[in-house]
Design a protein around this ligand. Structure first.
Ligand SMILES: Nc1ncnc2c1ncn2[C@@H]1O[C@H](COP(=O)(O)OP(=O)(O)OP(=O)(O)O)[C@@H](O)[C@H]1O
Ligand SMILES: [Mg+2]
Length: 382
C-alpha cells in the first residue's frame, strides 16, 4: 500500500481528531484511517467512534455500546495476503458511562459521589445539556491519550449543531462551573441569608414547582460544585491535549456548497484557536473521469449526432426517434456530471490554500461504504 497524504500524518501524530459537517463521512474516514494506520504502522491504534451508523458499527464489531475497546480480528486486517503490522482497536463513546467515571474521579468523597450518581436530575442533565456529548468526547480522548495504552488515537467527532462546538466544550464546561447562574440558583440553599430581591422569586418558584423539585435542583448543583476545582483543572488539561504538537485535526467535507462553507468555517475556527490542521479529506467527490476533456467532447458529439447514430444502430423494434432521445439524454446527463465535477475541482482549489495541509479526495462509491471490505478499499486511497 502506498502512503498517501494522510499516511504521513498518521505516522507522525499521536492523536488525530476527525471533524467536519454532519453526514459527510467522518466516521467512515476515521475507520478507514485506522485500518490504514494498523496496516502500515506498527503499534496499537484505537479508533474511538461516536454514534456510528448501525451498519458501520456492525462492520466494526461495535454492536454493543461501551467504552471498552475491542480488537479487530487481525485476520480481517489482512490485505492481499499481507498481514497488518499493528493492532486495530475500536470503541464507541458511551456518554453516560464516561460521566459516571468522571464523577467517581472528581467527587471529594464517597458520600458526595453516591449522592450525585443517585440524584434524579444528574442523568437527565448530563444526557441533555448542550455540549455534554462534545465535552465527554474530548474528556475521553484526553484520558485515553494520558493512559499511554495506544500509539495512535483517531477520534471521530459528534455531529455538533455547530461543528466547532466541541473545540470550545472544555472551556465552556469550566465557565459553566463558575457561572453566575449556578451560584444564583444555589444561593438560598447555601446560606440562610435570602436577599430581598430573590426571596419573592423563590417563594413563587416553591409554590409553582414544589419545594421538593427546587431543592433537588439546588442539591444537584451544590453537589456538582464540589467537583468544581477538579473539573476546571481537567478542562484545562483537555485543552492542552488539543493544542499539543502530537495532535492534529483532519477536516472531512463533501464538495457540495453547504458542506464546503461549513468546512471553511471549520478551518478558520481551527486557525483562530491555533489548533493544527493536518489534512482535509473531500469525500464523495465525482470521479476525475468526468472532468476529462476528451470524454466531454465525445459526449457533445454523441448529442449532436444522436439521430444519425440511432439510424445507424437500427435497433429493430425501437423507434429511431426514441433511441436518438436516449442517446441525447445520456450524453447531456454526462455533461451535467462533467460540469458538476469541474465545479467541484474549482471549489477544491479555492478552499485549500493553507500550506502544508494535505488534501485527499475520495470518490463517491456506487454502494454505501458501511462494510469492512469497502472501508479497506477507502483506506488505500487515504
Ligand atoms: N465515499 C463514499 N461513497 C459512498 N458512500 C459513502 C462514502 N463515504 C461515506 N459514505 C456513506 O455515507 C454515509 C455517512 O457516512 P458517515 O456515517 O461516515 O458520516 P458522518 O460524517 O460520520 O455522519 P454523522 O455526522 O451523522 O456522524 C454512510 O452511509 C456511509 O456509508
Ligand atoms: Mg459519524
Amino acid at each position: 500500500m502506498s502512503s498517501g497524504q494522510l499516511g504521513q500524518l498518521l505516522a507522525s501524530k499521536e492523536v488525530i481528531i476527525v471533524c467536519g459537517p454532519g453526514g459527510v463521512g467522518k466516521t467512515t474516514v476515521s475507520a478507514a484511517a485506522g485500518i490504514k494506520a494498523a496496516h502500515e504502522l506498527g503499534g496499537r491504534i484505537l479508533v474511538l467512534t461516536v454514534d456510528p451508523a448501525r451498519r458501520l458499527a456492525t462492520a466494526l464489531g461495535l454492536d454493543q455500546v461501551g467504552n471498552e475497546a475491542t480488537q479487530i480480528d487481525p485476520e480481517r486486517l489482512t490485505i492481499d495476503g499481507i498481514e497488518a503490522r499493528g493492532e486495530l482497536w475500536v470503541a464507541q463513546l458511551d456518554t453516560k458511562a464516561s460521566w459516571d467515571d468522571l464523577v467517581r474521579q472528581h467527587a471529594p468523597d464517597a458520600a458526595t459521589r453516591d449522592a450525585i450518581l443517585a440524584n434524579t436530575l444528574y442523568e437527565n442533565v448530563t444526557a441533555k445539556f448542550v455540549q455534554s456529548h462534545d465535552y465527554i468526547a474530548m474528556e475521553r480522548l484526553h484520558d485515553l491519550h494520558a493512559s499511554g495504552d495506544y500509539d495512535l488515537i483517531i477520534i471521530d467527532t459528534p455531529p455538533s449543531r455547530h461543528a466547532v462546538d466541541f473545540l470550545d466544550a472544555p472551556e465552556r464546561m469550566a465557565e459553566f462551573f463558575s457561572s453566575r447562574l449556578l451560584r444564583w440558583l444555589t444561593v438560598p440553599y447555601r446560606s440562610k441569608l435570602f436577599t430581598a430581591a430573590s426571596k419573592p422569586f423563590y417563594s413563587v418558584a416553591d409554590r409553582v414547582l414544589g419545594q421538593q423539585f427546587l431543592r433537588e435542583i439546588a442539591d444537584f448543583f451544590l453537589l456538582f460544585q464540589t467537583m468544581y476545582k477538579g473539573f476546571v483543572e481537567r478542562a484545562t488539561e483537555v485543552q492542552r491535549t488539543l493544542r499539543d504538537d502530537r495532535t492534529s485535526f483532519v477536516v472531512v467535507s463533501t464538495l457540495e456548497a453547504a458542506s464546503v462553507n461549513e468546512c471553511q468555517y471549520f478551518m478558520d475556527a481551527l486557525d483562530e484557536r491555533d489548533l493544527h490542521l493536518g489534512g482535509v479529506v473531500f469525500n464523495r467527490a465525482l470521479p476525475k473521469y468526468f472532468t476529462s476533456r476528451p470524454a466531454s467532447t465525445a459526449a457533445r458529439k454523441l448529442d449532436r449526432h444522436c439521430e444519425s447514430l440511432a439510424a445507424e444502430l437500427a435497433l429493430g423494434d425501437y423507434a429511431p426517434e426514441m433511441v436518438a432521445r436516449v442517446i441525447s439524454d445520456v450524453a447531456t446527463g454526462f455533461l451535467d456530471f462533467s460540469l458538476a465535477a469541474t465545479r467541484q475541482a474549482e471549489t477544491k482549489a479555492r478552499l485549500v490554500s493553507a500550506p502544508g495541509v494535505g488534501v485527499t479526495t475520495l470518490a463517491l462509491l456506487a454502494a454505501d461504504a458501511s462494510d469492512f471490505e469497502t472501508l479497506t478499499t477507502i483506506s488505500r486511497s487515504l
